[in-house]
Ligand binder design. Structure first.
Ligand code: FAD
Ligand code: SF4
Ligand code: SF4
Ligand code: SF4
Length: 493
């Protein structure tokens, strides 16, 4: 509950403004929808009473903060994020993510201005354009109405859903079913709480949250092509079991083995082959021996975050996934309640990803381009601009990547993240030699785990800047993906 006594966030506000903000917060549609459906939610069993009230409490606190911010912005000219942070006595992170949420609720407008600066490069004058973001309250007269977040069928029906599965894990009524290429909502179960929309990586952009949160962190390096990070390496496993099954350097499986072997997590969400060969199936693994079945890349999409809610029996888990999934988990820890829905997610290992394919198109691609069946194939790989298949016969066949790009999922064209910007540890093949993985360490925990795994002898590692083609190529391809990404354009909701 919002209270002043002992509450480090709210004790700087006077009782009258806090009372007013709490009153306004209690009218929030998400709080009301959840509260009114309490019995159905508890009967469904995904969230127990403690968790239900933890989420509700977080939501009330977050909404109260938003109302305090709205109050502070009254009669102000457009302000930069740092000016708003100065204006209000809330932790800077809270101001940053709340401003973006308030914008989505319709209370404030974002104004984007271009700032041009001249720069001398090799004797030539170049003009650089920087985008400046400012925020101002909307006009509340003229029939202003807060935006109510629709269920995520609007994301799917607009063709933007990347089928990560996150909304289905978060939905308190289990009303959403996500498969690798479909999403359905049971309208009889849905209470229109909009939680799914708040956490969906494709609903509203969180780029400004990401940039503002990390740009002042002195221990991070930044590239507009591969995001914020602490350090980067090229590594490969020394473990013979992993060597046999790995995709590139086996770094992902080696890290997962290190986490389980050293009791740093209790289980891992990864992907293995389903009964249909090359069709990925998300799995929860808590034994090292089962880990080896998950190694290797399956290029068809896996809705891995579907099963996060099934990991509740474990206190600490690691999740492996593609960049859109890393973004989904990051967003779900911020919105709508500024607390994670599942507190057991300790480490996120993100893969590099240029695109993924529907399972049907994996079958079509292998038939059309290689005249083979899936059962003929032991490995698929994307390397040096080629789509490569290794056959049971030992033969290797390849076609230029651009020939298979029409088989990729349309939704991947709206994705601008190659290197899993939102992960703790990102791993891919681009930038490293064959049999090695490029590793980008982003969080302090992620860096410690990787360095400890190297110290333990499970991974051999070199600096990514010291190998060829190295970080230069990761940044180059990362920049290409950002550039060719199609913008998501929403109609008014
Ligand atoms: C769809 C897809 C596209 C990719 N595209 C690129 C690319 O363009 N450039 C690049 O450099 N790297 C890409 N990668 C990453 C690359 O293929 C390797 O996964 C990465 O280099 C790690 O290799 P490794 O040997 O360390 O992994 P391994 O030790 O072999 O472990 C692989 C891990 O990947 C997980 N995994 C496998 N398939 C999937 C899936 N469909 N969804 C989620 N997780 C999965 C497994 O659970 C396992 O934990 C892609 C990966 C995927 C899944
Ligand atoms: S959370 Fe994931 S699966 Fe759900 S609508 Fe959004 S993108 Fe699709
Ligand atoms: S489908 Fe979305 S809006 Fe409906 S109950 Fe589930 S989370 Fe809430
Ligand atoms: S390209 Fe983007 S949207 Fe497509 S699977 Fe990869 S991370 Fe997800």
């Amino acid at each position: 509950m919002v209270e002043k006594t002992g509450n480090k966030i709210f004790n700087k506000f006077n009782s009258a403004s806090l009372m007013q903000a709490t009153y306004l917060a209690s009218e929030n549609f998400q709080l009301r929808a959840l509260f009114e459906a309490k019995d159905d939610i508890l009967n469904n069993g995904k969230y127990n009473e403690i968790n239900f009230y933890r989420i509700l409490d977080g939501l009330l606190d977050a909404e109260t903060e938003r109302k305090l911010i709205i109050d502070a912005l009254k009669n102000k000219d457009p302000l930069l994020m740092e000016e708003i942070i100065e204006l209000i006595d809330l932790p800077y992170e809270n101001v940053i993510y709340n401003i973006i949420y308030i914008k989505e609720q319709g209370f404030i407008k974002e104004i984007v201005e271009e700032e041009k600066t001249k720069k001398e490069v090799n004797g030539e004058t170049k003009v650089e354009t920087t985008l400046i973001y400012k925020y101002i309250l909307n006009n509340f007269s003229n029939g202003f109405k807060e935006n109510f977040f629709e269920p995520v069928s609007i994301v799917f029906d607009s063709g933007y859903c990347c089928n990560c599965g996150w909304c289905s894990s978060v939905c308190p009524l289990d009303a959403i079913k996500v498969s690798s290429d479909n999403l359905e909502i049971d309208q009889d179960l849905c209470i229109k709480c909009g939680l799914c929309y708040s956490v969906c990586p494709r609903s509203f952009s969180i780029d400004q949250v990401y940039n503002n949160l990390y740009q002042t962190n002195k221990s991070l390096q930044f590239s507009n092509k591969i995001g914020f990070y602490r350090s980067s390496y090229s590594g490969h496993t020394t473990n013979e079991n992993i060597e046999e099954v790995k995709q590139d350097g086996g770094v992902v499986t080696a890290l997962l083995e290190y986490l389980l072997a050293n009791n740093l997590v209790d289980a891992i969400v990864a992907v293995q082959h389903s009964e249909d060969l090359w069709k990925p199936e998300p799995v929860i693994v808590d034994e090292i021996s089962d880990l080896y079945k998950t190694a290797g890349t399956k290029y068809a999409n896996s809705p891995s975050l579907n099963i996060i809610d099934q990991t509740k029996i474990y206190d600490r888990i690691a999740v492996v996934g593609v960049p859109c999934m890393m973004k989904a988990l990051f967003k779900g820890a911020l919105f709508p309640a500024s607390i994670p829905f599942f507190t057991n997610i300790k480490i996120k290992i993100g893969l590099f990803c240029m695109e993924s394919f529907s399972y049907d198109n994996i079958i079509n691609l292998v038939k059309d381009k290689f005249e083979k069946e899936l059962s003929d194939i032991v490995k698929m790989n994307i390397d040096k601009g080629k789509f490569i298949v290794n056959l049971t016969s030992g033969e290797e066949l390849k076609v230029p990547l651009k020939e298979v790009q029409s088989y990729a999922r349309d939704t991947c064209h709206y994705c601008d993240d190659l290197t899993s910007d939102f992960a703790d540890i990102s791993v891919g093949s681009i930038g490293s030699q064959a049999g090695w993985s490029s590793v980008i360490l982003r969080s302090e925990e992620g860096e410690k785990i990787y360095m400890d795994a190297v110290k333990s002898g499970l991974i051999k590692s070199k600096k990514l800047t010291e190998v060829k083609p190295g970080k230069f190529l990761v940044e180059k391809i990362g920049g290409i993906k950002r550039k060719k990404c199609k913008p998501i354009r929403w109609k008014e909701i």
